[in-house]
Design a protein around this ligand. Sequence first.
Ligand SMILES: [Zn+2]
Length: 451
Amino acid sequence: VKTLIDNLDYIVTDAGVLEHHSILIDDDRIAALQPAGSGAEARPGSAGGAAPDDIARVIPGEGRAAVAGLKNAHTHAAMTLLRGYGDDMRLQPWLENLIWPAEGKLTAADVYWGTRLAAVEMIRSGTTFAHDMYFYPAEVVRAFGDSGLRAAVGLALFDFGDADTRRGQQQIVESFLTEYGAGAEGAGGDRVFLTMAPHSIYTCSGELLQWAADVAAEQGLVYHTHMNETRDEVEQSLAAHGLRPFAYLEKLGVLERAAGGMIAAHTIWLDEQEMDLIAGHGVTVAHNPASNMKLASGCFPWRELHERGVQMMLAPDGVASNNSLDMFDEMKLAALLQKHHYGDPTRLSAEETLAIATGARSSVFAANGVGGALSEGAPADLVLVDLTAPRMTPTHSLVSNLVYAADSSVVDTVICGGEVLMEDGTVSEEELVRSEATRCAHELVSRARSE
Ligand SMILES: [Zn+2]
């Protein structure tokens, strides 16, 4: 099935911004980026060309720009149910008094509807891919599958050093991988795939981290974890292991086994040797500017990592520490945080920020079909923004407008894998999702408070 997005004002590609071009989508791929008016019908038989009756639908592009879908590289989607449930607190009392007691009361249905709510919010803010770490992973797979988004799903693993807990977690992961892994007929369709997601070095034993790296390497899964988020965490690692966190992962053999397939969220408190380890092992770092600022965790050392050629992506983290999933917010905050923290307005340009946010600065998910910038042959995961919005006017620089002026209100159509998930501002089943998630959220909080 072919779709033509006809006569767009602009298309953002990795080779620059094209003006007055059309996008031809063939099934789940971009078949051609072609000058408008050359029209598919004008080039029958040419590469990507199609006869007019071959095109099932035409989406008008006038007054619109196309940009690659934004890629959320680290999230806990179902935490949407805990939006605004405790703010302006220090990390430990916030986790111990509010978040963990509520998470202890989560049901499978809560995770399903919380993830569906997250998916609607992500679609509305131009996101086409989410990398999730949470509980009830089968429900997360089903929810992302039903939403149409591309997603990577992993069960958050913890054992706190306890061998029985560890064996229990390993069994859950093994049966989950058998049921939903590569080659299995999963409930999520072909856009949802699995990852291995040990939570962190301070919640997982060395044995669990090594087991996770082994299974990830055997099955070709991305290894997803939190690293170097707070200064305390680094000090704890030095006290417990005599090593900083990345040196500890190297000693365990985890960096070597997960080579190229690791994504580490936060990575704020790094020394030079750890940055070299990250670069040398091809680790992708996921920067979470809103979460880091809200929890006063610190500032991501963007330039120091960039100069080493480190692969990177951008993310909102869970809603409870953000409190939204809007990647337009993350782009602006990422660029502003660098400039503000280092007293240098030349740090992290709009162009580089957009490249990071669209996934064009990491290949960690390339084997799973997650694209970066828009190009011929890339997955048809893209966003049309409304250039007639006052905040997008005038267009001296589209990329500047996207990073510094846009918000989610400018998103008007979202396509993932060639499927239209939002059209002219409408996402299907939004009212059902909102009412079910609201009910789950209120019931969850009343269960947590009745303890
Ligand atoms: Zn996180």
